[in-house]
Design a protein around this ligand. Sequence first.
Ligand SMILES: O=C(O)CCC(=O)C(=O)O
Ligand SMILES: [Fe+2]
Length: 210
Amino acid sequence: MSILTRPRQADNQQYPEHVFHLPDAHMVLWPGWLNAGESAQLQAELVAQLAWAQDSILMFGKKVKIPRQQVWMADSHCSYRYSGTTFMPVPWHPAVKQLAGEISRFLQQPFNCVLLNLYANGQQHMGWHADNEPELGDDPVIASVSLGAARRFELKHRRQQWQLALDLTPGSLLLMSQGSQQHWLHRLPKQSRVTETRLNLTFRYIAAKA
Ligand SMILES: O=C(O)CCC(=O)C(=O)O
Ligand SMILES: [Fe+2]
C-alpha cells in the first residue's frame, strides 16, 4: 500500500512555503511536506530495509570513515564519485522511487538518484561542502527530504559574509537551486544534545551519457 496518497501540485496551497531569495541562490522550504505519520513510517521502513554503510572517503590523502551511514540509490547509469571514491548505486526501494516521483511532479524537475544519509544522533554530521560534482551538471537542483530528529542545517556564501541556518524538521522538503551549489556551501553540524536518529534524502539528477 502506498504511504503517499495525498495529491501534490506545485500550486497547491496546502503546503506553506518559505522562499529564500539569497544572493546567488534560490531556496524554498516546505516544513510540512510529509505529515508526521508518513515521515515516521517511511523512516522506519528505510532504516530497517536498506543496507546502510559507514563508507570511507579520502581526506587529505588518508582513508577515513564518514561520520554517518549512507546509501546511494539510483538508476543504474548513475555512479557517483566524491572525495576520491566511486559509489555504484543500489536499485530503487519502492517507497523511495515513489517519493522521487512525487517530488518530481511537485517541483516539476526530474530526479533519478538520491543519497540517503543516516545520522544515529547529534554526534554524527556532515562537513561543509557543495553538491557540485560534474555528473550533476552546471547548476544542480537538489531536493532534500528530512525524517526523524530535527537538525540544524547551515549555509554560507563561498566569497561573501552571508550565512543562513535552517531548522530541518521531520517531513520537510528543501529545494536548493539557481546557484546554491556553485556559490554557497552547506553542512549539517554536530548537535551534541540531539539523541534521536535523523534520516535525510537528497534527490539529484544525473543525465545519461550520450
Ligand atoms: O543531511 C542533510 O541535511 C544534508 C545532506 C547533504 O548535504 C548531502 O547529502 O549532500
Ligand atoms: Fe549536500
